[in-house]
Design a binder for this molecule. Structure first.
Ligand code: UD1
Length: 382
């Protein structure tokens, strides 16, 4: 059996890694010999958004790099399709596996479907019900085209059933990102970032921002930065800055946090901008934080699993289990709400909640069992 994995952008790598580790484990134990091919589209190409993660997650170098780079959504999607098609024709895999909701996800799903190659979507069924969000379009199209829909939380299954997806295609397997977090715990727990920055556990906050709706609008970004400055009067805020956000902040010079190097020490309250961090350092930072403020999807889930209070600076979430079973609150971007909610968290005890169902570090194992059964490996067993 030959499987092709598609990676495109930073949040994809920690979703693919556990499946590759599982394939390697099955091979080592002599249980199954699944051939895999890894294709990186090049949607993210900066070493800080690509190489560091492949290294931290012990992913093999991609077999193919499509080098599409940045551009409009149409350009990126079309370029990926054009460059991917001949590779899929040459490799003739039994299955293409796509993860998450980035442009690379939808482009690969579309290319494979057009060639009649079955598609598996990992993290299927999530819906923000907000079609102004580019990722929502990517999720809807990818799920429509997929043959195997691997779901990370109950809402995903409900959404797909409501949309009329054949229940036989839906598999509630849990969250592969939590597999990565669990299985590399010993590595991120030994990160030196706290020592390097002179940070003590639970005495700092972490912020990440990269959504176009927040960072491409200077007035909104300025308002959020103002609120963060207010919050940082009570606790230092560490802000690893995404390239998209950095570009905007540089254009709004004057209201940017000074960009300090990773080795910089935190000496006082304030907002400390950093270069993007690798997976281990970032997870160590999040796990030790008193509070996280973010507009990311994945960080809502990682904080839920780690019992770190999270404020999501968006009007909605496609990951409702992080709110109903977890530590997440959806608060939008009004400065008053950010300041008020952060103050509330800083006064409250740390939550202790059980992980959502099937967020147990074994999602990739379940996915491989399904795939081996479906792609006719009779020896597969639970
Ligand atoms: C993409 C995904 C988003 C995901 C995010 C994680 C889509 C629609 N968006 O958003 O879902 O949460 O990745 O980071 O797929 N850039 C660099 N270096 C890079 C890549 C990008 O400097 O390696 C800059 C470019 O100027 C580019 C901008 O960042 O224009 C945005 O990159 P892009 O891939 O278009 O979207 P992201 O905002 O990263």
């Amino acid at each position: 059996m030959k499987i092709i994995f598609i990676s495109g952008a930073r949040p994809n790598y920690m979703k693919i890694a556990p499946m590759i580790w599982e394939i390697q484990r099955l091979k080592k134990q002599g249980v199954a010999d699944i051939q895999f091919v890894l294709i990186h589209t090049g949607q993210h190409y900066d070493p800080q958004l690509f190489d560091v993660f492949f290294r931290d997650l012990d992913l093999p170098a991609p077999d193919y790099s499509l080098d599409v780079g940045s551009g409009s959504h149409t350009y990126q999607t079309a370029q990926i399709m054009e460059r991917l098609e001949p590779i899929l024709q040459k490799e003739t895999p039994e299955l293409v596996v796509v993860v998450g909701d980035v442009n690379s996800t939808v482009a690969a799903a579309l290319t494979a479907s057009k060639l009649g190659i079955p598609v598996a979507h990992v993290e299927a069924g999530l819906r923000s019900f907000d079609r102004t969000m580019p990722e929502e379009i990517n999720r809807l199209v990818t799920d429509t085209l997929s043959d195997y829909l691997f779901v990370s939380e109950e809402s995903g299954k409900e959404n797909l059933l409501r949309e009329g997806v054949d229940p036989g295609k839906i598999f509630f397997v849990g969250n592969v990102m939590i597999d990565s977090l669990q299985q590399s715990r010993y590595l991120w727990e030994s990160s030196r970032i706290h020592d390097e920055m002179d940070l003590r556990q639970r005495e700092y906050g972490v912020v990440t921002l990269h959504r176009p709706s927040n960072v491409d609008n200077p007035a909104r970004l300025r308002a959020i930065m103002g609120a963060l400055a207010e919050v940082s009067k009570n606790i230092p805020i560490i802000f690893p800055i995404h390239p998209r956000t950095r570009k905007q902040l540089e254009q709004m010079n004057g209201s940017t946090p000074s960009l300090r190097l990773r080795s910089g020490r935190i000496e006082a309250n304030g907002v400390y901008g950093l270069e993007p961090l690798g997976y281990h350092d970032f997870m160590a930072l999040v796990a030790g934080a008193r509070i996280v403020l973010t507009d990311s999807g994945g960080i809502q889930e990682e904080t839920t699993f780690l019992n770190v209070p999270c404020l999501t600076l968006r009007p909605n979430t496609e990951r409702p289990v992080t709110v109903t079973h977890g530590t997440n609150r959806i608060i939008g971007t009004s400065p008053a709400a950010i300041v008020e909610e952060a103050a509330r968290i800083l006064k409250s005890p740390r939550p202790e909640l059980p992980a959502p169902p099937l967020w147990d570090g074994r999602a990739a194992e379940r996915i491989l069992i399904v795939l081996r059964e479906k792609l006719e490996c009779p020896s597969a067993s639970v």
